[in-house]
Design a protein around this ligand. Structure first.
Ligand code: TRP
Length: 355
């Protein structure tokens, strides 16, 4: 092998009640990538333990996320869908990476700092080491491309740093075992085992905001169900929520400049644009001089068109946990084969004695 096989890996935390923000922010992209790459999609249930969820909820949410993947068009036969904890090699490699990553690197992680605030001393070790497990998720498959949101960019950079340090620390060993690939490291060429994975961060990094308040993110935990479109909403639910969505008075905005001061209109135009794979300018151009109510009708139409198959399939799959479990079992078995093949080499590289 003279270069790494292109391979997409991404992970998502198990949360219940997926909504439009999850769909447009991540799942839609994952569905599209299936056409150009082999893809491995993972529900990171071990990462979820860092927030100490109730066990029953964790199980339920793991199934719900998978149901949403499948309902949205992720093909678990052509690609791989599984839950992280079933492939123990993730945890094994995470330990090795804990011995590669420096505390100084981890201390710089803004997500950790934001999450713990002043209570750093009381934070769990798992939360601190979270990005090391994330690096292991990706690198245990030697994945080359990782679709993530902007918020994960720094974690991806850490993954690259870990891969680079591992490759350079062990380059002689990797070379003598004959299992490496020649990689550029600065001016040098070194023999490395891990690819330096590329983040695929969507340019219009979609932030979908609440339908009741355009300055707050759309969230499953907002007490008002009117604030969000759930992936399992019926067409009637969708129509009702969009009709009630907060908008400013006056006609539909005409320019991007105008949108800046109208967060609710900006959000709705953004949703329309994302669903229709175009930019906001062209949405504004189409609805120029129209009434806001006309735009809302068009938005309801496109939402129903794009989401009705997803939501009916999702409602169906939520009632079939046995099917979801069979998908996860099959995916985990296939993921384990790849992970174990790589892990055998990694144990050899670092000097862990095995059969
Ligand atoms: N940290 C990611 C998030 O919160 C989830 C994740 C875990 C992930 N492991 C990953 C994403 C590996 C991409 C690749 O969104």
């Amino acid at each position: 092998m003279s270069s790494f096989e292109p391979l997409v890996f991404s992970g998502v935390q198990p949360t219940g009640n997926l909504q439009l923000g999850n769909y447009l922010g991540a799942i839609k992209r994952w569905v599209e990538l299936q056409n150009s790459y082999n893809c491995i999609y993972c529900v990171v249930d071990m990462h979820a333990l860092t927030t100490n969820p109730a066990p029953e909820k964790l199980i339920q949410h793991t199934r719900e996320v998978v149901a949403a993947f499948l309902a949205s068009g992720i093909d678990p036969k052509k690609h791989i869908v599984f839950n992280q904890s079933r492939v123990y090699q993730h945890a094994e490699l995470a330990w090795i990476f804990n011995c590669i990553a420096r505390i100084g690197w981890m201390n710089r992680m803004t997500q950790f700092k934001d999450k713990v605030g002043r209570d750093r001393e009381k934070a769990s070790l798992g939360l601190f080491a979270y990005p090391s497990l994330m690096a292991a998720d990706i690198l245990v498959y030697r994945a080359t491309h990782v679709p993530v949101g902007e918020d994960q960019r720094q974690h991806l950079e850490l993954t690259r740093d870990i891969a680079q340090k591992f490759n350079s620390d062990y380059s002689h060993r990797i070379e003598s075992l004959g299992i490496g690939i020649n990689l550029k490291a600065g001016d040098e060429i070194i023999c490395g085992f891990f690819p330096i994975a590329e983040p695929l961060i969507s340019e219009t990094s979609m932030r979908i905001m609440s339908l009741r308040d355009g300055t707050k993110k759309m969230s499953k935990s907002d007490p008002s169900d009117l604030s969000r479109i759930n992936l399992d909403d019926t067409p009637d639910d969708i129509a009702r929520k969009i009709r009630k969505a907060k908008t400013d008075s006056g006609p539909f905005p005409e320019t991007m400049e105008e949108l800046k001061n109208k967060p609710e209109a900006d959000n709705l135009a953004g949703i329309y644009a994302a669903l229709d794979d175009r930019d906001k300018e062209s949405v504004l151009a189409e609805f120029r001089v129209k009434q806001f109510s006309d735009f809302k009708l068009a938005l309801i139409d496109i939402l129903v068109e794009k989401l009705s198959c997803v939501s009916s399939e999702l409602r169906h799959l939520k009632n079939d946990p046995a099917y979801i479990d069979s998908v996860l079992k099959d995916g985990s078995r296939r993921a384990s084969v790849i992970a174990e093949k790589n892990m055998k080499h990694i144990r050899d590289i670092v000097g862990l004695l095995q059969d």
